[in-house]
Design a protein around this ligand. Structure first.
Ligand SMILES: [Fe+2]
Length: 463
């Protein structure tokens, strides 16, 4: 072995660990080598006592010795922090025991062959770790894996990592997409978690559909020009910008299958903030939108392939070039109005999910250039910013309603914050109604949490 290698026991297997190069060599993305727990975590400030439950977050974490070419390629690892009565009772991290993690993949086309590394939600009493390449994997409240979840055999496609739970009906709307026809399939599960509806969507081609939108009566599909390219299969993530593909938004009634397509300027959207229906029948769709240059910057910085000889080098982990944008779809005219909402580079939009699909005033994002959590007021167009330090890298800020909430922004924002040196991370709690006042509380974690994707606040079950 060279001096940069050593042996380590992981999941009962001796593995050789090498110094990581490539996208996972960035300190903010570098995987942690093992699973651990810590108890009674130190707190600076005072945790709101109504924050009793678990904050769970998912992200890619290759095993020691593995070095995927793309950030999206690492096995899913969950990080959990248990808060109760003003205390931070525990932290733990667990890999999700997917088939690929266990080395059990015999068929790469199996929906069990997925990293499940993107999100974690609770629906119908199940915690589901999600990655759009396959089935969800169910886990328990201690983050141990139960197994793949195919809705009792009814789910025959992959499942997006961005399902939408209707706050009124409790239904879960989601889809699966893939590289071969049908390129997308719409699914709906009832509030108890039973899959009750699946329908193929007519779509132009193999777009990378990471997210979609749900309004009160409609579903909106994103058919955008980042598409599957089989020539890239051995180069990490086989998706690239496709200038010839065009860009469309598809409006579909929730209970129908017919999609009406609206042309928009070429762009890419990983994440939807929200959609809602105006009294005059128009529909607004707020998104974080990349133009071609911003996409190339971001995609190459996380290991993706960029065409046309673009020479783009950014420090890995920096997500750049995307801004908040509003589309307004007018079914009467077939025209979409384009409106930039703000010029700050942001990602990971969240909201008070009690407003999902309905009119909302506030969106929350993170701005990596500012090291800040940002609140955007769609009424006034104003932003307020909680700066966490220029060297700090906040992850997605999840909104948790306060116990006595009266207004949309009465609640807390929870974000795991790291830095570029690899020092220990923090769970930061902000007052969503008053970002300017800074941190409400900071839970100090014993070690770093690699930058990841999405998470959820999981309140304790009603007793
Ligand atoms: Fe996402």
């Amino acid at each position: 072995m060279s001096s940069s290698e050593h042996q380590r026991q992981i999941w009962g297997v001796t593995m050789t660990t090498t110094t990581t190069t490539g996208v996972f060599s960035a300190a903010v993305l570098a995987p942690v080598p093992d699973e651990t727990e810590a108890y009674d975590l130190p707190i600076v400030g005072a945790l709101p006592p109504d924050l009793t439950g678990r904050y769970l977050r998912n992200g890619p974490n290759p095993l020691p010795g593995e070095n995927p070419a793309h950030w999206f390629g690492g096995h899913g690892m969950l990080h959990g922090i248990r808060l109760a009565d003003g205390r931070a009772e525990w932290y733990r991290n667990r890999w999700i025991r997917t088939d690929p993690f266990k080395g059990k993949v015999t068929d790469r086309r199996s929906h069990r062959a997925t990293t499940a590394n993107t999100h974690i939600i609770e629906h119908g009493g199940c915690l589901l770790a999600l990655g759009e390449g396959g089935f969800p994997y169910q886990v328990d409240r201690e983050l141990d894996t139960v197994g793949p979840h195919d809705f009792g055999g009814k789910l025959r496609t992959a499942m997006t990592a961005h399902p939408k739970q209707d706050p009124v009906t409790g239904e879960l709307h989601f889809f699966g997409y893939g590289a071969t026809p049908p390129y997308a399939t719409y699914h709906r599960a009832d509030a108890s978690g039973q899959l009750v509806h699946s329908a193929e969507i007519e779509i132009a081609g193999p777009t990378m559909m990471h997210d979609f939108a749900v309004a009160e009566n409609h579903v909106i599909w994103l058919d955008l020009p980042v598409t599957f390219d089989h020539t890239l299969i051995d180069r990490g993530m086989p998706y690239a910008w496709n200038e010839q593909y065009g860009a469309r938004l598809g409006l579909m009634p929730k209970n129908g299958t017919e999609v009406r397509w609206f042309e928009v300027d070429p762009c890419y959207v990983f994440h939807v903030g929200n959609a809602s229906e105006l009294p005059d029948g128009r529909i607004t769709l707020d998104v974080v939108r990349y133009g071609r240059a911003g996409w190339d910057h971001m995609w190459s910085s996380i290991g993706g392939q960029v065409r046309n000889g673009h020479e783009v080098v950014l420090s890995a982990g920096r997500v750049g070039g995307a801004t908040l944008h509003r589309w307004t779809l007018d079914p009467a005219t077939g025209v979409v109005a384009d409106q930039p909402l703000d010029d700050l580079e942001v990602e990971f939009p969240t909201l008070n999910e009690e407003r999902l699909g309905r009119a909302n005033r506030f969106l929350y994002t993170v701005s990596q250039p500012l090291g800040a959590v940002v609140k955007f007021d769609t009424n006034s167009g104003q932003t307020s910013v909680a700066e966490l330090g220029r060297d700090r890298i906040p992850g997605e800020a999840v909104f948790v309603p306060a116990a006595d909430a009266r207004n949309e922004d009465d609640g807390w924002l929870l974000t795991v914050v790291g830095d570029e040196t690899g020092s220990a991370s923090e769970l930061v709690v902000l007052d969503a109604s008053d970002l300017d006042s800074g941190r409400v509380a900071t839970v100090q974690l014993a070690r770093r949490v690699p930058a990841g994707f999405h998470g959820s606040w999981i309140p304790d079950p009603a007793s």
